[in-house]
Design a protein. Structure first.
Length: 641
């Protein structure tokens, strides 16, 4: 049932496109305008004909003279070039088109537009040259009663088209201005909208991947193709070489657009690595290269223009078949982009059929050719797909973000609970082990004092047992210290550095004085503030100064100083003690590490706790020491805002 609903959209789009193309055929078609019509080299005009809503399109009645014929009756658009389906004849050369204007009415100022002359041209009226150039031309003159001979001379040496292929339009200057203004505005929108979409995709190139990049190329290709209107409109101001060779740029843009349609369909269907697509891509690229080669060979080989036209139609058919095939693959794979690709394939196919069915029967007055309408619709359609894709990605990211936040919250609660359980476990374990550990110590001391049966061997065993017991006691003391630090769960507050150093001095100056050690505190010149827990700061300095007191001899000094920077606070604790060996410096902050100078008294947790507190406050700590000269601990903290 779902797949049936998917196929309803393309059928509806096909019906709408068919209705739209038929509306264009009857309402915006040069070949479907009312009389007057030319015949046998003449067109008869009256004043009322000039007052119509649309210009008079000079389609019929022209007499053609070239290297093979003289005054051959023809209509503009009957043949795309001077070859006229004779493959033995070159499609280029000189041609002369002539039409007699038989006017019956008052004198009027009129203009004639000659659109997209893919040749060098000269326009004459009654033998007087009024315009000359390459591209599009316009003449304005006074139309008087009687007969006037309008002649167009063309000369072409390259390109698919030659001679005069698009019908001129005759009318009052204001009528032609109105028509050209509407057409110029329409082409400007068709040029700028895809260009804006391609700029929009620049922001998606990193996140949108290949789909966004190919959509950008499609939009640029269509914008380049639609620029032809302005190239011929501005042919007076552009270099002649640009106008002459624009047919090649235009062809390349159309080939690239068709290839992008297939590429987007393939990516949307997820068949980017499929072997079928590899072969189809090679075929499309090969045909494109051959078409470009044929375009360059048209001036040399007489049959190249015919083969080029047929191969171009074949290229369009192959691209449509490839797009349809991979669109169907996308539906089968239930790709969410399949709705867009199916509709895009339908639009592409409708344009292809219209291009074949209305060949030499349709030319727009104010707007675009059917295939150009399809290119604009494809740009908008794939643009809507990219917007929907971006919204879908954003929505999925929001869902993932919310889910991730929930998962982080759950995991945080689990970790918090686990840490609380760990704290409780170590606290209970330390409490329960104290009694047997100290009881064992008492038993060892009792055996030593009794001296009963204590020989040298037993004395050695007692020494080893007492050492292990002392090690266990130190570990228990360390666990108690860690538990004491962990139990500090008060909120952080703004703490004055000067007040902290003042408390540090009050707490340790007496102990330093008893040990005959100079204790110096240097507060910052300008007070600064830390965001911390005061109790943990006391533990931090207590451990550092306790180590310094043990390492510093009499008449030595311990200096605690602080300085404030722009966003940082720098603190140091420096002593003139025994120092730390160079090989031990990288290990001093490890848990339970005891240096060789502290084997009998250290627990291996003091500096470990210091490092943990500093890190918790968002700071860093470094140690510099020289044996026999002293040790310096340097800390850096962020200032509280």
């Amino acid at each position: 049932m779902k797949q049936r609903k998917v196929w309803r959209q393309p059928l509806l789009v096909l019906a709408v496109m068919t209705f739209f193309f038929m509306l264009l055929f009857y309402e915006d078609n040069k070949y479907h305008t009312p009389p007057p019509y030319g015949k046998s080299g003449m067109i008869s005009l009256v004043e009322a004909d000039l007052e119509q809503r649309n210009p008079i399109f000079l389609i019929d009645g022209w007499l053609l003279t070239d290297a093979r014929v003289t005054d051959k009756p023809t209509y503009i658009g009957e043949f795309s070039n001077l070859q006229r389906r004779d493959l033995d004849v070159f499609p280029h050369g000189q041609a002369h088109y002539q039409l007699t204007l038989n006017y019956d009415g008052t004198d009027r100022i009129v203009s004639i537009d000659f659109p997209q002359l893919y040749s060098e041209y000269t326009i004459l009226l009654d033998g007087t040259k009024l315009d000359q150039g390459t591209g599009s031309g316009r003449i304005t003159f006074l139309l008087t009663a009687g007969e006037h001979i309008l002649a167009v001379e063309t000369k072409s040496v390259r390109g698919y088209y030659s001679g005069m292929y698009f019908p001129p339009a005759l009318g009052l200057p204001e009528t032609l201005f109105q028509v050209s203004s509407i057409q110029g505005f329409a082409y400007a929108l068709a040029f700028l909208i895809p260009l804006a979409l391609s700029i929009f995709t620049l922001f998606l190139w990193r996140t949108g991947g290949r789909l966004a990049r190919w959509f950008g190329v499609l939009c640029c290709s269509y914008a380049l193709y639609m620029a032809r209107y302005f190239v011929f409109l501005l042919s007076y101001f552009l270099p002649v070489s640009i106008v002459k060779y624009w047919f090649l740029v235009q062809s390349l843009a159309m080939y690239c657009l068709c290839f992008c349609v297939v590429q987007l369909t393939v990516l949307a269907s997820g068949a980017g690595r499929d072997k079928v697509w590899r072969w189809a891509r090679r075929l499309l690229l090969t045909i494109s290269a051959v078409l470009v080669g044929l375009s360059l060979l048209i001036p040399i080989l007489s049959w190249a223009v015919f083969v080029h036209g047929r191969l171009t139609d074949f290229y369009y058919v192959v691209t449509f078949c490839a797009a349809a095939f991979f669109s169907a693959r996308g539906v089968k794979a239930q790709s969410w982009e399949s709705h867009y690709t199916l509709v895009g394939c339908t639009v592409f196919g409708a344009g292809l059929l219209a291009n074949l069915f209305f060949s030499n029967r349709f030319e727009p007055i104010r707007f675009f050719w059917q295939f150009e309408w399809c290119g604009l619709l494809l740009s908008l359609l794939f643009g809507a797909m990219m917007v929907a894709r971006s919204r879908r990605i954003i929505r999925e990211n929001d869902i993932l973000t919310n889910h991730l936040e929930e998962q982080v919250k759950v995991r945080t609660e689990e970790v918090t609970q686990l840490l609380e359980e760990r704290k409780a476990f170590f606290s209970d374990m330390a409490h329960d082990l104290k009694a047997p550990v100290f009881a064992t110590q008492s038993f060892i001391e009792a055996i030593r004092k009794s001296g009963v049966g204590v020989d040298t061997e037993l004395q050695n065993y007692l020494d080893q047992a007492q050492a292990k017991q002392w090690e266990m006691a130190r570990r228990l003391q360390g666990l108690s210290t860690i538990n004491a630090v962990d139990k500090i769960d008060e909120e952080r507050v703004r703490v004055s550095v000067r007040e902290v150093l003042s408390e540090v001095y009050a707490a340790h100056c007496g102990e330093a004085e008893v040990s005959s050690i100079y204790f110096i505190v240097e507060p910052p010149e300008q007070d600064a503030f830390l965001l911390a827990q005061p109790e943990k700061l006391n533990i931090l300095f207590e451990n550092l100064i306790y180590n310094a007191l043990k390492a510093t001899p009499q008449n030595g000094s311990i200096t605690v100083s602080a300085k404030s920077g722009k966003d940082k606070i720098y603190m140091t604790v420096e002593d003139t003690g025994c120092g730390i060996p160079k090989e031990e410096l990288p290990l001093v902050f490890r848990r339970f590490y005891v240096g060789k100078n502290n084997k009998d008294t250290g627990t291996g947790l003091g500096l470990y706790i210091v490092h943990g507190i500093v890190t918790e406050l968002g700071g860093t700590i470094e140690v510099h020491s020289t044996v026999g000269e002293g040790t310096k601990f340097s800390m850096e903290f962020p200032q509280a805002k």
